[in-house]
Design a protein around this ligand. Structure first.
Ligand code: MLT
Length: 403
């Protein structure tokens, strides 16, 4: 008889955003006349920019002609895109990253979840708390998290991120093998400085650990002193993998394209992680579509960058509106600067799911309860700047109106 992967039965309920969607759908079904404003999941609302759309149209035409038709592409992505990524994202700050260290994929979420395939089950994993749930759940699925004790996973090292430490984790007592970091942070919106990242890079090198650095929100950093990539820190190429995405940079949440950087200098147990990941990808993945990769290439053209920066400015204006509105109403608010996420304390210490339900029912605004991101997220909610500008203003008024 077939046996199931028992690790799945240890998982708690549904994936956070699936649970939010379920509660939202339940409310909408019971109250079809209510117009909800959704500032929950970080999903973009602006269409793809003109230059991206034109590039994708041209790529469709390529597929229609025998002389330009493309079949299976390279597992690691087309060279035209990997070279554009190096030129745009790494060369400007002199990072030692080359095109053969880049793997194009269908998004950072898949890669963050799948990367665990190349690591042994008995590695100890550290995550920030609160944390993007994919890192934790993916490790739980592969048996690396231990057991759920009602609040936490017994084998995960949690790195508390709170108001006391400015939402930047401190080095843990128990030494992990794999460390997930994400800056600008989802969900708190905090951004680590170069000095703060340097501490983690030095620590990982001293302990032979590997950092999984999620930089999906890097283009939201406007402060030029803040690092957009972990490879701005010398030595990171020997201890860090970086995940990146076109979703939040250029509105690809539905189009799907991301990339993962695994430097050739990153070796453990005598093995090149780049080689092992290539082995994994060539076995389980057949690449991102040609049409999408042509669209992604256009993002990094001069016009593409101009267009995505305008869209990001629009979302960051929403973030400012939310932050100011909630602060003026007396809430303690973090994030929303160099990050599209706003992380706000609930009023009077109300539990996050209760506040989520209150805002859903009384303000008809969908948010994300902080507790869904980990125990340290209790007492917070997250709102996103990715909505429509007019709807965002209205949402803030509605939220403030029920405080
Ligand atoms: C979020 O809301 O945290 C993100 O949209 C989820 C994701 O990028 O997968």
């Amino acid at each position: 008889m077939v046996k199931m992967n028992e690790n799945f039965s240890k998982l708690q309920g549904s994936y956070l955003f699936a649970e939010i969607a379920r509660r939202t759908a339940e409310y909408t079904t019971a109250n079809p006349e209510k117009k909800l404003i959704k500032l929950g999941i970080g999903d973009v609302t602006k269409p793809l920019s003109n230059v991206v759309i034109s590039a994708m149209h041209r790529a469709v035409d390529d597929m229609a002609d025998k002389s330009t038709f493309m079949g299976y592409g390279p597992y690691e992505g087309y060279e035209f895109l990997r070279e554009a990524i190096v030129r745009h994202d790494y060369a400007p700050f002199g990072a030692p990253i080359r095109a053969d260290e880049i793997f194009v994929s269908d998004g950072a979420k898949s890669d963050c979840g799948n990367i665990g395939d190349i690591f042994a089950e008995d590695n100890v994993v550290a995550v920030c708390d609160p944390v993007y749930p994919v890192y934790v759940d993916a490790n739980a699925m592969s048996g690396r998290a231990g057991d759920w004790d009602g609040k936490r996973w017994t084998n995960i090292v949690y790195l508390p991120c709170n108001e006391q430490n400015g939402f930047i984790p401190e080095l843990p007592v128990r030494t992990p093998d794999i460390i997930y970091l994400c800056f600008p942070n989802n969900p708190t919106g905090a951004v680590a400085t170069k000095e703060q990242l340097r501490i983690w890079v030095d620590y990982a090198r001293r302990n032979d650990a590997v950092i999984m650095y999620d930089a999906a929100y890097r283009e939201y950093i406007s402060d030029s002193g803040l690092p957009r990539s972990i490879y701005e820190i010398g030595g990171a190429e020997e201890c860090a993998i970086e995940f990146n995405s076109f979703s939040k940079t250029a509105g690809f949440t539905g189009t799907r394209c991301g990339y993962t950087v695994i430097p050739k200098a990153l070796k453990r147990g005598g093995e090149s992680l780049n080689d092992v990941w290539m082995r994994r990808q060539s076995t389980k993945f057949n690449g991102t579509s040609y049409i999408v990769q042509r669209g992604a290439e256009a993002v990094f053209s001069e016009q593409g960058e101009k267009e995505y920066r305008e869209i990001i400015a629009y979302y960051m204006n929403n973030a400012r509106v939310i932050k100011k509105g909630l602060e003026d109403a007396g809430l303690a608010v973090h994030g929303g600067v160099n990050s599209p996420y706003i992380w706000a304390r609930t009023p009077d210490g109300m539990p996050s799911w209760d506040f989520f339900d209150k805002l859903l029912r009384e303000a008809n605004v969908v948010t994300t309860p902080g507790a869904g991101f980990g125990p340290e997220g209790e007492g917070f909610i997250r709102l996103t700047g990715f909505g429509d500008a007019e709807a965002t203003k209205q949402a803030v008024e509605r939220v403030v109106g029920v405080l």
